[in-house]
Design a protein around this ligand. Structure first.
Ligand code: SAM
Length: 269
């Protein structure tokens, strides 16, 4: 991987050592809640930018009939394969090293559910990535996507992230420590404790605070989008908004992922 993008896969490989039944249960619960259904039986599932593979595994455990997980980063692909080998031993999944931009060329077809959480804003061409991912949703199917929201600090974070990917490992560790200290102080000023935040962190999506800090500071390329911009992109493609979890935040400590669930109209072409 070149130095103009973050090596997500190495971070996911390290995080994957922490995956256990509690984290899988948290991931299943959040995925079912976002999709608005506890049972994916009979539905095909495409996970674009699968990272650690935790949510691919969650989709299979929720009953997805067929899973294709793709990621640009070979370490994410290897990690996802290892996680599925460990926790899912059935043959209805496939993990491939593929960019979202190469999905069309590859003739992989369309899916009942296309899921891409925290990915398309890291591709270097977010709008094209969103359109390409959306094109792989079957008519009547669902497009579940999480994207960084727009904040007044997006410009500042773009510069920090660009610096981070070119920094030495020592500088990167120092930057992460500074971030954690400042974030702890911020929580304290709001009467909250960093230790409690870290202890409860895995309940969110089964993730880990320290790995997510690295993912956030390093995550470059970086773009962000507002709910209005997303709807303007997807409506002409035959999508209707079913649900959105959009939070207002300052953005000082991160843009945060806004979650969206769109349904492709059954008569969409
Ligand atoms: C922040 S991680 C999110 C991982 C996972 N979706 C999750 O929710 O934990 C972003 C992932 O997107 C992958 N990615 C970045 N650009 C990509 C592209 N063009 N095509 C496919 N995957 C990409 C990265 O390698 C990384 O594993």
């Amino acid at each position: 991987m070149s130095k103009d993008r973050f090596e997500f896969g190495k971070n996911w490989e390290s995080y994957s050592q922490l995956i256990d039944e509690d984290r899988i249960a948290a991931a299943e619960s959040r995925l079912a809640s976002l999709l608005g259904m506890p049972d994916f039986s009979g539905r095909s599932f495409l996970d674009i930018g699968c990272g650690s593979g935790l949510h691919s595994l969650a989709a299979l455990r929720l009953g997805a009939s067929e899973l294709l997980a793709i990621d640009l980063d070979p370490d994410s692909v290897g990690t996802t394969r290892a996680v599925l080998d460990r926790f899912w031993k059935k043959p209805n999944s496939s993990v491939r090293q593929l960019s979202v931009f190469d999905l069309d060329k590859d003739g992989i077809g369309n899916f009942d559910i296309v899921y891409s959480w925290g990915v398309l804003h890291h591709t270097g061409d977010m709008n094209r990535a969103i359109r390409t991912a959306a094109a792989h949703v079957k008519p009547g199917g669902l497009f579940a996507v999480a994207l960084y929201g727009k904040t007044r600090y997006c410009g500042m974070w773009t510069k920090i992230k660009r610096w981070y990917v070119g920094a030495s490992p020592e500088e990167q560790v120092r930057a992460e420590r500074i971030y954690v200290r400042l974030y702890g102080l911020y929580l304290l000023l709001r009467g909250k404790r960093l230790s409690t935040h870290i202890a409860n962190y895995n309940k969110k999506r089964g993730m880990d605070f320290y790995h997510d800090v690295r993912d956030w500071i390093g995550g470059y390329p970086y773009e962000s989008i507002s709910p209005r911009e997303l709807v303007a992109l997807l409506e002409p493609l035959g999508f209707e908004l079913a649900k959105q979890n959009v939070r207002r935040r300052s953005g000082l400590f991160g843009s945060g992922n806004d979650e969206y669930l769109y349904r492709r109209r059954a008569d969409a072409r």
